[in-house]
Design a protein around this ligand. Structure first.
Ligand SMILES: NC(=O)c1ccc[n+]([C@@H]2O[C@H](COP(=O)([O-])OP(=O)(O)OC[C@H]3O[C@@H](n4cnc5c(N)ncnc54)[C@H](OP(=O)(O)O)[C@@H]3O)[C@@H](O)[C@H]2O)c1
Length: 312
């Protein structure tokens, strides 16, 4: 039995001396009861639950009385959190040590949960990493590993678990994007582009799944006080520290938006203002460019043709 499989939820009963006929049969029957009981529950799966937002998602969902599957690589941290949540909130918590940057691991995770009779009703696609620095200075393998986690694995998790949700005609999926996803950001080129993908995916799936009983919401935090900045090699200046949001209000905003069926949420007033300015600057830029290029006139047609854009 793997370490993962040993992370049991609260046992229903222990069969003393379960070595022979009747005891074995009883143990098997109890296992079935456990599986049936798990099937009746509405599980929340949180990726990246060993720190930062993921840990806070686990706490807030546990406080709502929801059973949890916690996923990340650092097993000890997951186990400590699971023990605390079981004792404090009397909820079932399963720990899964998975490196999500490997796609096969994602497929195996879903299979393992299915075999144990665990149906995921809420998927929090939170695990992610960032890299700060000039595009060409970052080793290629680190950039690719980040894309595997932030884009490929997130897509696979969404694809696999949404399929199960559609069959049951109910589910909620939260995709953790970033404020940086709203624009191209120098020295965060790949990370910002990856988060733009997450935003686009959430928006599209929100519409696509509307009639399948599945809600998809994007949460776009600004810079926050988690392990992220350190892992991304960011320099934490006193100014940056001052601007950081704490994980609790960010996560609360994400859960609320998901439960309200919203397409997207940016937590915090400063972040909201920042997103407004980004959008306003884009709109202004577009308006000025159109004006300069004479949109609607022959000059505009010539410009569109020269950049290969078919005008509607
Ligand atoms: N904090 C911010 O300023 C900020 C702003 C905008 C968006 N975000 C986004 O928020 C999400 C959560 O980040 P955070 O701020 O909470 O940072 P964090 O504290 O560094 O947490 C990242 C989590 O992802 C997990 N993880 C990393 N690589 C993994 C892998 N290969 N397989 C499985 N799990 C992996 C980590 O666990 P293990 O190391 O144990 O695997 C950890 O639990 C990310 O998607 C990030 O892009 C953060």
């Amino acid at each position: 039995m793997s370490v993962n499989q040993q992370q049991q939820i609260r046992p229903v009963a222990i069969v003393a001396g379960a070595s022979g006929g009747i005891a074995d049969a009883t143990a098997r029957a109890l296992q079935q009861v456990n599986i049936m009981r798990r099937k009746d529950q509405s599980w929340v799966l949180v990726t990246g639950a060993s720190s930062g937002f993921g840990e806070e998602f686990a706490r807030q969902y546990a406080a709502q009385g929801r059973p949890l599957v916690l996923v990340a690589r650092r097993l000890e941290r997951l186990q400590t959190l699971a023990t605390e949540l079981r004792e404090r909130y009397r909820v079932d918590v399963i720990v899964e040590q998975v490196d999500l940057s490997a796609i096969t691991a994602v497929v195996e995770l879903r299979e393992r949960l299915r075999e144990r009779g665990i149906t995921i009703d809420v998927l929090v696609n939170n695990a992610g990493s960032g890299l700060q620095g000039p595009f060409l200075d970052e080793p290629l393998d680190r950039t690719m590993a980040m894309l595997n986690l932030d884009v490929v694995s997130l897509t696979a998790m969404t694809r696999l678990f949404a399929e199960d949700m559609r069959a049951r005609r109910r589910g909620q999926i939260l995709l953790v994007a970033s404020l940086l996803g709203y624009q191209g950001v120098e020295n965060f080129a790949v990370y910002a582009a990856a988060k733009a993908y997450v935003l686009g995916l959430a928006e599209a799936l929100h519409r696509e799944f509307k009639h399948d009983g599945i809600v998809v919401t994007a949460l776009s935090p600004g810079v926050s006080d988690t392990g992220f900045a350190t892992a991304a090699n960011m320099t934490i200046t006193p100014m940056l520290k001052l601007m950081m949001m704490q994980p609790a209000p960010v996560v609360r905003a994400g859960i609320r938006a998901l439960q309200a069926g919203r397409v997207s949420v940016v937590p915090g007033w400063a972040n909201k203002a920042s997103m407004f300015l980004i959008r306003a600057a884009r709109w202004l830029n577009h308006a000025i460019t159109s004006r300069l290029m004479g949109a609607g006139t022959d000059r505009g047609s010539a410009y569109s043709a020269s950049v290969g854009v078919a005008r509607q």
